[in-house]
Structures are given as structure tokens and as C-alpha cells.
Design a protein around this ligand. Sequence first.
Ligand SMILES: Nc1nc2c(c(=O)[nH]1)N[C@H]1C(S)=C(S)[C@@H](COP(=O)(O)OP(=O)(O)OC[C@H]3O[C@@H](n4cnc5c(N)ncnc54)[C@H](O)[C@@H]3O)O[C@H]1N2
Ligand code: MOO
Length: 394
Amino acid sequence: MAWERARSVARGAAGPLSVVTRDLTEALGHALAEPLAALTDLPPFDTSAMDGWAVAGPAPWRLRGGRILAGGPSEPLSEGTAVPIATGARLPVGATAVLRREHGQAEERSGVLHDRSVGPGPLVPGRDIRPRGRECRSGEPLLPSGTTVTPAVLGLAAAAGYDRLAVHRRPAVELLVLGDELLEHGPPRDGRVRDALGPLLPPWLRGCGADVTGRRMVADDPDLLREAVRRSSADVVVTTGSTAAGPVDFLHDALDEVGARLLVDSVAVRPGHPMLLAELPPAADGRPRRLVGLPGNPLAAVAGTVTLMIPLLRRLGGHLAGTPRTTVAAAALSGHPRDTRLLPVLRTDHGATPLPFDGPAMLRGLAYADGLAVVPPGGVSAGDPVEVLDVPGR
Ligand SMILES: Nc1nc2c(c(=O)[nH]1)N[C@H]1C(S)=C(S)[C@@H](COP(=O)(O)OP(=O)(O)OC[C@H]3O[C@@H](n4cnc5c(N)ncnc54)[C@H](O)[C@@H]3O)O[C@H]1N2
Ligand code: MOO
């Protein structure tokens, strides 16, 4: 299957999960399940934008006693008078402008306030007032459904009056790391190597909207693998390794035995071509389940994650599809004759610059990279546009 097609099959392989309500503190990383509409005008009242005086009519003004603080009460102001006011305070009825502290001169003896504005010229009505509703009117849609809840969205939702948000449930993901040769601690020894994907995948997937509910090593045993896949209640089971045709690569057999349906079974991409996506029989409560099989070579597993896993996760979580990010190639990016290549690159002032150590079993180039360039068959010439995918942590 062509790489572009595999990516769109993954995105089309599911619909958004159910809608839940979350406190703002719990909503980060979810997708909005309905448009975010303002619950109030913003600002909710005419507000002073500066520390200074609220004034009514043209200068000079007679200073009234008292002051108006943010969150405090404000008495109406009559023509020709002024009162000290703080940034963020509600403007008194009758005020026509705010005179900044540095632009006014108050004569203590006479109680008269003069306008000494120089730079901006004499005070005009409306200056340094934030009128009610300038940012939005009550009921106005601020963000579309499917928007990812970022820290900025949390801030806007709070400002607009929300305590809770309707969002899509985050997909539950269980990670099964396959391979008897893998060590969980210490340096590689006795022909065995460290598991690189157990540490790499969970934080990356969480950042992409998953709830990683389990991560375990599964020995190279067909029965253990089959039962681990059969019994998982996760929305998405992710396996690493065992996708190819080696003597202990049991994934295809296990999928066959549990009655899975393969949607993608190997992709025309380097690295990562044995990646796969399957529909599993539903969970006990009837929820659909999917499995993404990532190849064991670590950079190939990363290729499988960007191609199949992240598009599937984003769709399950109800996130709007992002617009592809394109930059220019700083140098020629050599292509494969038939397959797409995914190459670790650094975005410099000159564009996407390829990095060394990009072999399928290597993470050295990736750890330095800030993107994975999508190099179509035949390659990309220097100066030509190229799509760049996010890498873990970016
Ligand atoms: N005859 C063929 N052999 C292979 C082919 C092929 O087309 N014909 N494809 C190669 C490609 S490409 C890849 S990628 C791998 C995929 O193999 P598997 O998904 O079955 O993975 P394993 O055989 O289990 O492991 C491959 C390699 O990766 C290391 N590994 C596995 N898991 C981890 C991990 N969690 N952390 C670090 N390293 C890991 C493992 O030790 C092996 O070195 O197959 C090729 N073979
Ligand atoms: O998927 Mo493999 O990485 O091309 O070695």
C-alpha cells in the first residue's frame, strides 16, 4: 500500500470516541466535542485598560474622592470630574476616557486634574477603555468542535466562563513490547539489546492524546501473544516487533487466530515497511478495538507511529485533521525508487536539512531531529517543498 494511502486508511479506520465532561484541570489534550461558545461578553463590562483616572468630558477635571479598583464598586461620574482607577476596573457610568497616570497632573491643593498627554495628543473619548464585548459577544462561537485543548484553550475557556468542557474520551492504549532479546535495564550484553520503544512510545503517545493504560513485555510465545491481544480492553493495542517473517514473528498468526481483520498489511515506506493496522473483535462491552503493529527496528517503529498510530489516535480522540506542514529542502533528499522515505531532518534557516544516522535500527539521527521529512519516490531536489512530520516531543 502506498504511504499516503496507508495514512488515510488509518485516519478513516475509526470515528471519534464518546463525549465526556471534564473539569478544566482534566481537559488538557482532549478535543472539544462541541464548539466553544462564549458564556458572556468579553470583556464583560467596559474596562479601564490603564492605571490612571476615569474622566468625564474634556480636560481639566475636578478630582472626586475615592478610587475604583479591579473587582470593586464604581459610582457614576458626572461631567467635568475624574476619579483614580486601576487597570481592569469597571468603568463608572458617565466616564468618557481613561487618562494614564503618566499623562495626568493632579494639583493637590486645588483638586484639579490636567491632561499633559504629549505623545498621543490630547485625550479623545474612548482612549484606554476596553469596551464591553470587544473580543466577543455572549453566545459567539470562539473555537470549532474538534479543537485540541491546549493551555491557551484552557485559558480562553476560563475567561469565557467555563468550569467544565464537553470533550471526546481519550483513546486507551496498551503497549505490548515483543522480543525475548530485550533488556529493561543496564547495557546491552550477551547478544541482547535494550528495549528502546518502551521508554520512547508512551510519553509520545500521551502527548498525541492517548491514555496509555498499560505497557508490558510479552515473551516470544505464540500463545502468550494471542492471549495478550485477545484479552486487552484497550481501544488500541500497539505491538512492537514480530511484524516480519522471522522464526519467532508470531503477530500475523496471533491476529489470524483472534479473528482480526487486516486493514493495512505492509506499506511502501522506508523504514517501516512491515507496519500493519488491524480491526480486532470488539471488547466485552462492545467497544471497537484496533491493533497497530509497529516493526521492531526502532526508527521503523517511529515510522509506523507517524503513519498509522498518530492518525488513528487523533481521529479516535475527535481532533480536527491538522494542515500538513511544508518547508523547503535545504539539500537534495535522495529518494527510494518506489517507496516513500521518512528521513530525520533539522529545520534550519535554509530549510529541512538531512541528518546522519538515519538507519532503521538507529535513533541517533531522530534524537537530534525536529522533524521527519516525507520524501516521495524519486527524491526531492534542493529548494523544493517537502512535508515535515512531527517527531516525538515536537
Ligand atoms: N527476510 C526478511 N527479513 C526482514 C525483512 C524482510 O522484508 N524480509 N524486513 C526487515 C525490516 S524492514 C524490519 S523493520 C524488521 C521488522 O522486524 P519485526 O517487526 O519482526 O521485528 P523483530 O524481528 O522483532 O526485531 C527487529 C529488530 O529490532 C530490534 N527490536 C525489536 N524490538 C525492539 C525494541 N523494543 N527496542 C529496541 N530494539 C528492538 C530487534 O532486536 C531486531 O534487531 O525485519 C527485517 N527483516
Ligand atoms: O522497516 Mo525496516 O526498518 O525498513 O528495517
